[in-house]
Each structure stands twice: as C-alpha cells, then as structure tokens.
Design a protein around this ligand. Structure first.
Ligand SMILES: [Mn+2]
Length: 160
C-alpha cells in the first residue's frame, strides 16, 4: 500500500486534492465513498478504506444499485484517507481534470478479502447491502479489471 503513484500523478500546487493522509477524527466504520468524476469520460470512483489507504476503482457506468447489474471496475492507484471528503474542480491540464462530486458515501464491512476478491456489506445512501468485487482474471493479480455487482439478499433460513 503506497501513495507513490498517487503523488507522482499530481501537482499539489495546482490541484486542491489532498496530498497527504489526513489524520484526525476517525469515523466508526471503514470508509466507503463513490465520487462522480466528470473527467475526459464521466465515471464513478469507488473507494474503500483498507490498510490505511483508500483502495480505488473507476467504474465507467453508473454503480450497480440493484441485483443483476454487473459493472466493470478498473483498479486505480491508492488514494490517501481524507480523499473521501474531496469535491471540487481539478484544474485543466492536471491529472483527472474535471469536476468531482460525492455520489454516495457511508461505511462498509469487509466479509471476505483476497487478492482477487472482496465481499462486503456497504452501508451508503444509494448503495446498500452485500456487494462483490472480483477480478476478471482471478489468477492474474496484475490485471486491473474487476467486476462489481450487488449480491442477492440472503434469507435468514439460508444462513442456518
Ligand atoms: Mn476518477
């Protein structure tokens, strides 16, 4: 987990994005946020707190609010904690230039975490329930393409 790539891509004299991990008040759960990013292509940046950074995926289409919708999610560089509060304009000419809005936020509970798979309970306003992120080629940890979808609600009787 490193912010090297994140820092290399940005000029913090020009962009308002945070340069460092913001320390201070910590929310109860692990951070979950989706930022709508109107860059060269409109996309949605899913970020999940993990090991002191925000793991990040860019979702080119609207996030899967219902079961049965599968979205491509492209793994991107780790972002610093505190980035979940960022909304604003990244200036022209800078990396990711365009408008960033917070689309949804809340917290999440990891249920299963492996190199190529995440199952979690997301508690947001727009996204709620169990979700899965799975690498398209699970045997290739360098592959950046993941699938993101909502899992079926489990009935209590199935959990026995
Ligand atoms: Mn983005």
């Amino acid at each position: 987990m490193s912010l090297k790539e994140y820092k290399k891509k940005r000029d913090f004299k020009k962009t308002q994005e945070p340069g460092e991990t913001k320390t201070g008040k910590k929310l109860e759960g692990l951070i979950y946020v989706i930022q709508e990013h109107d860059a060269s292509h409109l996309h949605f940046d899913l970020r999940l707190e993990e090991d002191g950074v925000l793991k990040s995926w860019a979702v080119p289409k609207s996030p899967p609010q219902e079961e049965g919708i599968r979205r491509l999610a492209i793994e991107t560089e780790d972002h610093p904690l505190g980035y979940e509060d960022f909304a604003g304009i990244i200036p022209k000419g800078e990396y990711g230039a365009g408008k960033v809005k917070i689309w949804d936020r809340g917290d999440y509970l990891p249920l299963e975490t492996t190199v190529s798979k995440r199952i979690m309970e997301i508690n947001g306003k727009k996204m709620n329930g169990r979700y899965c992120l799975i690498r398209l080629k699970p045997k290739d940890p360098k592959d950046k393409n993941w699938l993101f979808f909502k899992l079926k609600k489990t009935n209590r009787k199935d959990e026995k």
